[in-house]
Design a protein around this ligand. Structure first.
Ligand SMILES: Cc1cc2nc3c(=O)[nH]c(=O)nc-3n(C[C@H](O)[C@H](O)[C@H](O)COP(=O)(O)OP(=O)(O)OC[C@H]3O[C@@H](n4cnc5c(N)ncnc54)[C@H](O)[C@@H]3O)c2cc1C
Length: 408
């Protein structure tokens, strides 16, 4: 790790995946002569093995390919060839398929890849260091704007930057200090996450069971393993997580079924509170919010991290375009462009996941009939299906260059 400079061009607070991706994209596009610093106390140790996995959409994969990261993680990434959606009650013995998406419908390779968080974070850190990004294992404690720069306190010394990027997660201290409020709602659900092993091959099929209490998703991992992301009403989720292993397994089998043979739990079972939160603004003077600091959405569509990666691609492009013209990389034009580009897209995705969660997380038979008719219509209408597939793959809308596989 290098000694900290007293000034940098862009300081990113938070070495999560969106923060590191932004750092790498900027360093590759603007070196030499453009300094990028990332600070995060978690950089003092190797990335934690937190059992979290992410569905990397086709557009996010294009970005990781363009940044040279994909070959480092490809061997550990499980392609998703098909996605099966079901809608049933918990007590139903069969979970009939209502909608399927398969990779043949896109013609751009697998629908997504499932990657382990830790592997992606490790590859990004290594590449960032190689490209000259300065990594500091310290928290940002506060900041003050001073004319055309922002002075950031890192404990023992200040660091001055043209732009501070708050990539410090859902409970962002920097967002609070900037007095940016958020529109929030508590889903009163927990997301139960675990890795399970099964006797038979999953065949690269991901499933999303819409159950009245919440969604139960299985994401295929390499080998005979799958990750589950299981949303459940908060009280019931706490009860389930506290069950002895054999009882927990029975609850799991009620949802997962025995299609893949006997199953076993391979990891710790963790539960996270699920909420919806969108910052009222993604920028303020000399500051941009990135990733969960800007937005937290329901994990049912597996889009949380992909939104953060899209933020990184858009902000990297806005900063790079300005810096190449000799303009201020933290000036109002860059921030305005980023805000316009990302906020609408985020609100649309949050609305979609929130709407799906409300539509499916209930016991109403009338609503069940309506949504099953809706899903059936999508299944039979190729153009509508293409629309949903493109949205899920992140290839719809105003896609930043990196996400189209173009260098910036
Ligand atoms: C149950 C669950 C399942 C999910 N499943 C999926 C999925 O399948 N697909 C998907 O795409 N997304 C998924 N997500 C969402 C995804 O995990 C997040 O969107 C993503 O990890 C956010 O990255 P981030 O860097 O913004 O925040 P974080 O990962 O929270 O990282 C923030 C970083 O900031 C650091 N930090 C905090 N304070 C400071 C400070 N003051 N100074 C410097 N650094 C600081 C922290 O140490 C941390 O390293 C899921 C989320 C949950 C809860």
């Amino acid at each position: 790790m290098r000694q900290s400079n007293a000034t940098t061009d862009v300081l990113i607070a938070g070495a999560g995946i969106p923060g590191l991706t932004l750092a790498l994209a900027l360093a590759r596009a603007l070196k030499p002569g453009f300094a990028v610093t990332v600070c995060d106390p978690s950089l003092a140790a190797p990335p934690a093995a937190d059992d979290r996995v992410s569905a990397i959409t086709a557009s996010a994969r294009h970005m990781l390919e363009t940044l040279g990261i994909w070959p480092k993680i490809e061997a550990e990434a499980q392609p998703v060839h098909e996605m099966v959606i079901t809608d049933s009650k918990l007590s139903d013995t069969v979970r009939p398929t209502f909608l399927t998406f398969d990779e043949g419908e896109r013609g751009d390779g697998p629908l997504a890849h499932i990657v382990e968080h830790r592997a992606l974070a490790a590859a990004l850190r290594e590449a960032a260091v190689r490209e000259g990004v300065e990594l500091l294992p310290k928290p940002v404690e506060g900041f003050e704007r001073a004319g055309e720069s922002v002075s950031v306190s890192l404990g023992d010394r200040p660091l001055t930057a043209k732009l501070l990027v708050a990539a410090d997660g859902a409970r962002s201290k920097l967002r609070t200090q900037a007095r940016i409020s958020s529109v929030s709602a508590d889903y009163k659900q927990l997301g139960i996450v675990a890795t399970i092993g099964h006797e038979r091959e999953h065949g690269g099929i991901a499933t999303q069971h819409f159950l009245p209490a919440g969604t139960f998703a299985t994401l295929p991992l390499t080998g005979r393993r799958s990750s589950i992301v299981w949303a459940e009403e908060a009280g019931e989720a706490r009860r389930i997580v506290a069950l002895p292993p054999e009882e927990f397994k029975k609850e799991l089998v009620r949802r997962f079924g025995l299609k893949l043979g006997e199953i076993e739990v391979l990891s710790k079972v963790r539960a996270y509170p699920l909420s919806l939160s969108i910052a009222r603004s993604f920028t303020s003077e000399r500051l941009a919010l990135l990733g969960d600091a800007a937005h937290v959405i329901h994990p049912l569509a597996g889009q949380g991290l992909n939104l953060g990666l899209r933020d990184a691609a858009a902000l990297a492009e806005a900063i790079t375009d300005a810096a190449r013209l000799g303009l201020d990389p933290g000036g109002p034009e860059v921030l305005k462009r980023y805000q316009r580009w990302r906020r609408f897209d985020t609100v649309a995705m949050a609305g979609m996941t929130d709407g799906l969660n409300r539509l499916f997380s209930n016991n109403s038979d009338a609503l069940r009939v309506l949504r099953d008719v809706g899903l059936g219509l999508v299944e039979r209408a190729p153009r509508l299906k293409q629309f949903f597939t493109d949205e899920a793959a992140g290839t719809g809308g105003d896609t930043p260059k990196l996400m189209r596989g173009e260098a910036i």
